[in-house]
Design a binder for this molecule. Structure first.
Ligand SMILES: C[S@@+](CC[C@H](N)C(=O)[O-])C[C@H]1O[C@@H](n2cnc3c(N)ncnc32)[C@H](O)[C@@H]1O
Ligand code: SF4
Length: 403
């Protein structure tokens, strides 16, 4: 009798839970920490890398946070050394998130030497007053300088993160930031509307009536974003993500008229949105392997204690029933311009969108937010603005199996 072999996992997310200081809007798990805790975390991470390495052959790796660029050269060497020992280097796409205040030529060179080939830099705004308001540790000048440092180190695939609908941001300020950011010529741009996350200073300010949310202005800013990125040669492929079109140009459409995914799209994130599996390590990281979703403890001390005992720091495991999982996969995929091909969705989930979700698709088309062709279904550019409510509609909640 032959033992069954677990399928290999081709994506790895690593969470680095430290920031120089906490931004006023951010609810990601991260803290300003001592050098001692950072060093303890690095040792624990090395242990966790070993624990997940057996079925892991990463073609995409993403170090996010937090601020991964906060790790020093020695700590990066320790992490890369462990990855090398376990055969985890050499991914096709290897992204590290950086804050413009923590990029140096030495660090950029080291990352490049170990196969990091994509950097995602948190810019948020190029207006000094807004950077201040957001609690960012960097100036606009640091953005330009760090971009240059990264290019000189040989990075040919750069992403910039921007935010819009920031309190105090006028349309003129937004246009100026967009134009300056686009002029840098990155291969990729991510741009998020501000989310007021509970337990953040920005949320408290909103509740205290210090400013109002202007929904109409936010919509106009989104339209401006879509128009200006398009004019600049970046194709929208997900509600908040834009990537450079192929050099030879041409429109990125399939026979059925649906948009294709540009080659500079973030493959790691595309894997999430298409329902692929991935390991997630580091405090608060989630993973999804063989239908099981795991979540690590959002507590760096606890995380380190567990790994020091030689076990993973998993807080919860959850296996969704097939229909609930399919609903989630539908919802994720609809965030992308390409939407879902009916056959592709059937293959990934075992369910047919045309049966289970027929009424939902009709309703969205009726509201002018979606298009159905003979082979697939997708939200329109206008409909993507409301992707979150469309996503809700596609969910099929059922009781989950917790182990
Ligand atoms: C996890 S952060 C990591 C980036 C890096 N730490 C930095 O900020 O320089 C990824 C991105 O999420 C976005 N983001 C974080 N909190 C947000 C919020 N409340 N609303 C909208 N976007 C947010 C920011 O654009 C940020 O760059
Ligand atoms: S936005 Fe980035 S730098 Fe700011 S607190 Fe969040 S993770 Fe840290």
């Amino acid at each position: 009798m032959s033992a069954s072999v677990a399928p290999l996992v081709s994506s790895l997310y690593v969470h680095v839970p430290f920031c120089a200081q906490k931004c006023s809007y951010c609810a990601f798990y991260s803290e300003a920490a001592s050098g001692e805790l950072i060093q303890r975390y690095v040792s624990a991470l090395v242990r966790e890398l070993e624990l997940v390495s057996a079925d892991l052959r990463p073609t995409t790796i993403f170090f996010g946070g937090g601020t991964p660029s906060l790790l020093n050269l020695r700590q990066w060497e320790q992490v890369f050394g462990a990855m090398e020992r376990h055969g985890l280097l050499g991914a096709q796409e290897f992204t590290v998130e950086c804050n413009p205040a923590t990029v140096s030529a030495d660090k950029a060179k080291l990352l490049r030497d170990f196969g990091v080939n994509r950097i995602s830099m948190g810019v948020q705004s190029l207006d000094e007053a807004l950077l201040d308001r957001l609690g960012r540790v960097h100036s606009r000048e640091m953005v330009f300088k760090s971009f240059d440092v990264l290019r000189r180190a040989g990075f040919e695939n750069l992403n910039l993160d921007l935010m819009f609908a920031i309190p105090g941001q006028t349309m003129d300020i937004w246009r100026a930031t967009l134009d300056e950011a686009l002029a840098l010529g990155s291969e990729h741009l991510s741009s998020y509307e501000v989310i007021y996350e509970e337990d953040t200073p920005l949320y408290a300010q909103l509740n205290a009536g210090e400013f109002d949310v202007n929904e109409e202005l936010a919509c106009d800013m989104y339209e401006e974003l879509v128009a200006r990125t398009d004019a600049h040669g970046l194709a929208q492929y997900e509600i908040a993500n834009f990537a450079r079109r192929a050099a030879q140009g041409g429109t990125l459409t399939s026979e059925s008229g649906t948009a294709l995914i540009p080659s500079r799209a973030c493959r790691h994130n595309v894997n999430y949105w298409r329902g692929g599996s991935f390991h997630g390590i580091g405090p608060s990281a989630t993973g999804y392997v063989q239908g099981m979703r795991t979540k690590n403890w959002s507590n760096t001390q606890m995380y380190c204690e567990q790994l020091e005992k030689g076990v993973r720091a998993i807080e919860s495991r959850e296996k969704l029933p097939p229909l609930a999982r399919a609903g989630e996969t539908a919802a994720f995929g609809l965030r992308m311009n390409v939407g879902w091909g009916f056959e592709e969705f059937l293959q990934v989930t075992g369910f047919d969108l045309r049966n289970e979700w027929a009424a939902d698709m009709e309703e969205l088309m009726h509201r002018g937010r979606a298009v159905k062709t003979s082979d697939g279904f997708r939200l329109t550019s206008h409909g993507l603005r409301f992707a979150d409510s469309a996503a809700e509609q596609f969910l099929r909640t059922q009781e989950t199996v917790i182990s």
